[in-house]
Design a protein around this ligand. Structure first.
Ligand SMILES: CC(C)=CCC/C(C)=C/CC/C(C)=C/CC/C(C)=C/COP(=O)(O)OP(=O)(O)O
Ligand SMILES: O=P(O)(O)OC[C@@H](O)CO
Ligand SMILES: [Mg+2]
Length: 233
């Protein structure tokens, strides 16, 4: 099993609960050179907000994936290339490992299985809303994180392993340890990437770097620098 993410160096995560900078458009977003857009966030998500962002991105030539934070925000849209659905391996509440997924399968009679893929998250910043939301155990050594990554790939057949430091720049040694453990899965790193150097630093270890808040806080030119950093690593 593999997918288009195997060739992605950079993913831009657009939070539908946040605005673009004044004067910037989704045409500018697509022009950053990112390999794919992931549409999602943890807090205050609704299907209406999701719909608005996918509508706005639809005209531009970049793959678009929805990353739903709960079954209630999943939308159908012709412009979507698919769904990247988190499963949080170190969640304290099993609802975020398999429970939400079971509920989704129960309520959606027309679930688009063929275009639905999972991301095996390991949540590592205890301050992030995603950590609170999922009651994640973030107190993990590099060895433990690497072991989770190995379990994700080899026992659970996960094709994407996602080290999630949302809001803060992570520990490169932890990312390196996970990278060493994973063979075929694509290793995503996300959190605190703000410029060329920080993108390049994590891209030395991870296969794909994910940039989020920078788009909403600093804008498309800053994001384009991170694309360069990710691609030159
Ligand atoms: C089964 C379905 C359809 C959904 C469940 C999917 C799961 C398990 C979600 C739990 C993890 C989660 C909330 C992922 C959303 C993506 C994410 C981590 C966004 C970044 O969040 P933060 O940066 O912490 O939050 P804000 O930026 O919204 O504050
Ligand atoms: O917002 P930042 O800190 O860039 O994090 C990116 C992404 O991993 C969030 O899910
Ligand atoms: Mg965020």
């Amino acid at each position: 099993m593999t997918g288009p993410w195997a060739s992605w160096d950079h993913v831009l995560k657009v939070d539908p609960d946040k605005e673009l900078l004044d004067g910037e458009t989704f045409e500018d977003v697509a022009a950053t050179g990112t390999d794919a857009l992931e549409i999602g966030g943890t807090m205050d998500m609704t299907s209406e907000k999701m719909q608005r962002v996918v509508d706005a991105c639809a005209a531009h030539d970049v793959p678009i994936y929805q990353e739903p934070s709960n079954p209630g925000v999943v939308i159908e849209h012709d412009a979507l290339d698919g769904y990247l659905v988190p499963t949080v391996l170190n969640a304290g509440d099993p609802f975020w490992i398999t429970g939400a997924h079971k509920e989704w399968a129960r309520i959606d009679d027309d679930l688009d299985w063929a275009n639905t893929h999972t991301e095996a998250y390991i949540v590592l910043n205890p301050e992030a809303s995603v950590a609170t939301y999922t009651e994640a155990d973030c107190d993990l050594s590099a060895e433990e994180v690497a072991s989770y990554a190995g379990v994700a790939e080899r026992m659970f057949g996960q094709d994407i392993v996602y080290l999630e430091y949302s809001g803060t720049y992570g520990d490169p040694e932890v990312v390196a340890a996970a990278a060493e453990e994973v063979e075929d899965a694509t290793l995503f790193y996300g959190g605190g990437i703000g410029d060329y150097e920080s993108a390049r630093g994590m891209a030395e270890h991870a296969d794909t770097v994910v940039v989020g808040d920078l788009l909403h806080d600093e804008g498309v030119d800053a994001v384009a620098e991170t694309v360069r950093g990710a691609k030159e690593a």
